[in-house]
Write a protein that binds this ligand. Structure first.
Ligand SMILES: [Fe+2]
Ligand SMILES: [Fe+2]
Length: 231
């Protein structure tokens, strides 16, 4: 518990549990996912938000960051795609702007809010960069969430390349090894669904971003697909 100078409520150690149950956060995450469903995007709702939140938290703790820093990564992870409630284009920047008053209302100290906002605003490969450790952990957690369970389209005949690549991934695990400072994305892909090349066609930009995020955390980034190390 801290005490904030000036107007506003006293600052608190806001947890991801508090944030996810805020009525606006809960409603916006749900609506963002519905809006993306309407334009044919893969799942970006509770499943993706919760998973990214947990993985970002784990990346931080496994690399020896303080619990509180890890909690901020969890908050950024849960809320990073909330800007999709307004629109897909620029959703990272919009999401940060939406979250600022909510985190303030919950009593998060401004320095912590700043870290979370920088992470949310920088999570997309089009214009994002790892700007702080929380942001680097969020990039790694978000960009490596590729999995069959994200595909909403039930008709394989009409799959686009994003559906195909996600559908092909039956197992996905981000292995963070603190002592050796290596982060490895370990994927199992059904090659009859999509060739490995399709994966790289879609995900090359994301994997470059992951490598930069890993380097920011003083780690090396590897990709293993079906047991073979490709990077
Ligand atoms: Fe996003
Ligand atoms: Fe995301």
């Amino acid at each position: 518990m801290g005490r904030r100078k000036g107007p506003g409520p006293p600052s608190r150690l806001v947890t991801v549990d508090t944030v996810r149950h805020h009525p606006k956060v809960a409603a916006f995450v749900e609506a963002a996912d519905r809006h993306l469903a309407a334009i044919g995007y893969t799942e970006h709702g509770q499943r993706h938000s919760t998973l990214v939140s947990r993985i970002a938290f784990n990346v931080m703790t496994r690399l020896g960051f303080a619990q509180r820093e890890a909690e901020l990564a969890a908050v950024a992870g849960f809320t990073h795609d909330i800007g999709n409630v307004v629109g897909r284009e620029g959703h990272a920047l919009v999401g940060a702007v939406l979250m600022a008053p909510i985190l303030d209302e919950l009593g998060m100290p401004p320095e912590e809010t700043a870290e979370v906002l920088g992470a949310i605003g920088n999570h997309e490969e089009t214009h994002g960069h790892p700007v702080n450790p929380v942001s680097a952990a969020l990039i790694l957690a978000d960009k490596t969430d590729v999995h069959r369970s994200r595909v909403r389209n039930r008709d394989p005949a009409t799959f686009d390349i994003h559906d195909r690549v996600n559908y092909a991934v039956v197992r996905s695990f981000l292995n963070v090894d603190g002592p050796s400072r290596t982060i490895t994305l370990d994927l199992t892909i059904e090659l009859e669904v999509t060739p490995v090349l399709d994966y790289f066609e879609i995900f090359l930009q994301r994997m470059i971003m992951c490598r930069r995020a890993a380097e920011f955390l003083d780690c090396r980034f590897h990709i293993v697909i079906n047991g073979a190390r490709l990077l």
